[in-house]
Design a binder for this molecule. Structure first.
Ligand SMILES: Cc1ncc(COP(=O)(O)O)c(C=O)c1O
Length: 415
């Protein structure tokens, strides 16, 4: 007799799901309430919040809130009622695509309803079974899922290791010359967990020796890195060498959705072949209008990005001066590396939230190796230097407690 799917699921709830009962609503699926920003309510008390990718503070910018409300009042959230290709196109969608192309300095752009889905679907669309993918080992789940859909060969290179990337390119070149296929290299502008930028400039330089196209997921770079906010490629002076550029609207734009920019013919190919967009409803016009306003603010108010970086530098240099290990981050993502068990991590987070009123995300095994705890802080333009100072003081106190064994337990914190 075959197994029953429900019985299998009940027996194996997954590496995070096994903690669901004890952690749901607190360590996992917490509810942050109130206006988006550095001060939000968690279980009825105001917390200083470092867990949102609202980098430029646009979620609650008065002009953004007005543009969103006005657009929703005129169009509702239902319009347009079809896929772009069939009945859901509009001048606003095309205007936003044109403005984004100019912003990231590419010929053309396609809007996508969700960033994750855009990446999975674009990779699926760009390669066929003769092609070879070369990708970074610590790529985001959506890139991995896109690679999983690929019917041909793939070679993974050690995280941000350009030498290993070249080695895999040599293997890929040999294979592609046998299959008659092409090579797609995939990496990220900023790796969201550790905050290190992908070595885009060095990878682009490999084009002198190898024939490949470069796909960059710049979810954490768009709006935040580079002189005009065009992202990690601009920051590293190699935007031109990025052949397919992905940006999300879920972080610095403080909305939802994403886009892919590239050469005109490549984007046209995506428009007519990318399954997740052809066979799915268009992005609502209300969101498109909200995005146009956000892009206008990004272009015309560099002080937002400057404030973000002032806070980021204060946070990162302050943590380092206080003796914290923050790893190789060269973006706004600020991970604090600590050592301890999962129960210790939960007791520490509980103390931090309940007694110091600081809320940040915690990352433990299996996302990182056993024994490692990462407290991940995301500074935004809406934070103040006083928020930074207070947080570093609290972190110093809790880390002393961690080191003296105060959080030790064999059970995760009772919530
Ligand atoms: C590096 C990276 N790529 C892609 C995504 C997916 O983007 P979205 O949230 O817009 O679906 C994320 C979101 O967490 C991300 O961090």
């Amino acid at each position: 007799m075959s197994a029953d799917i429900f019985e299998k699921i009940k027996a194996n709830r997954g590496p995070l799901g096994i903690h669901a009962k004890e952690s749901h609503g607190y360590f996992t699926f917490p509810k942050l309430e109130g206006e988006i920003g550095p001060h939000m309510n968690f279980r009825g008390t105001e917390k200083l919040n470092w867990s949102l990718n609202n980098y430029l503070g646009l979620a609650n910018h008065p002009e953004v809130r007005k543009a969103d409300a006005d657009a929703a009042a005129i169009y509702g959230f239902g319009s347009p009622m079809g896929a772009r290709m069939m009945s859901g196109n509009s001048n606003y969608h095309e205007q936003l695509e044109n403005e984004l192309s100019a912003f990231v300095d590419k010929e053309d752009t396609i809007l996508c309803n969700f960033g994750y889905q855009a990446i999975v679907s674009a990779i699926d669309c760009l390669v066929d079974r003769h092609d070879v993918i070369v990708y970074d080992a610590e790529s985001h789940a959506c890139l991995i899922d896109g690679v999983r859909l690929h019917m041909g060969k793939r070679f993974v290179f050690k995280h941000n290791d350009v030498e290993d990337c070249e080695k895999q390119l040599q293997r890929a070149t040999k294979l592609a010359s046998e299959t008659g296929g092409a090579i797609l290299v995939i990496t990220e502008g900023v790796f969201g967990m550790r905050g290190d930028q992908g070595k885009l400039k060095e990878i682009v330089a490999l084009k002198e020796k190898y024939n490949f196209r470069l796909f960059v997921d710049d979810a954490h770079g768009i709006g935040v890195l580079g002189a005009t906010g065009a992202g990690a490629g601009q920051e590293q002076g190699c935007q031109e060498g990025i052949d397919i550029y992905f940006g999300t609207f879920a972080k610095s734009f403080s909305l939802i959705g994403g886009f892919i920019s590239s050469d005109e013919q490549v984007v046209e190919y995506l428009r007519y072949n990318m399954r997740s967009q052809i066979f799915a409803k268009a992005m609502p016009i209300a969101l498109v209008l909200g995005l146009l306003k956000r892009l206008e603010l990004m272009r015309n108010h560099p002080e937002l990005k400057n404030k973000l970086w002032e806070n980021t530098h204060a946070l990162q240099s302050g943590l380092k001066a206080a003796g914290f290990e923050i790893g190789p981050t060269d973006s706004c993502v600020t991970p604090v590396y600590l050592s301890g068990s999962i129960p210790e991590a939960t007791n520490l987070i509980f103390d931090l939230r309940e007694n110091y009123n600081v809320f940040c995300s915690m990352v433990v095994y299996p996302v990182v190796p056993k024994g490692m705890i990462i407290l991940r802080l995301i500074p935004t333009a809406a934070h103040t230097l006083a928020d930074v100072k207070y947080t570093i003081e609290c972190f110093s106190k809790i880390v002393n407690k961690l080191k003296s064994g105060e959080y030790m337990s064999d059970k995760i914190a009772a919530i």
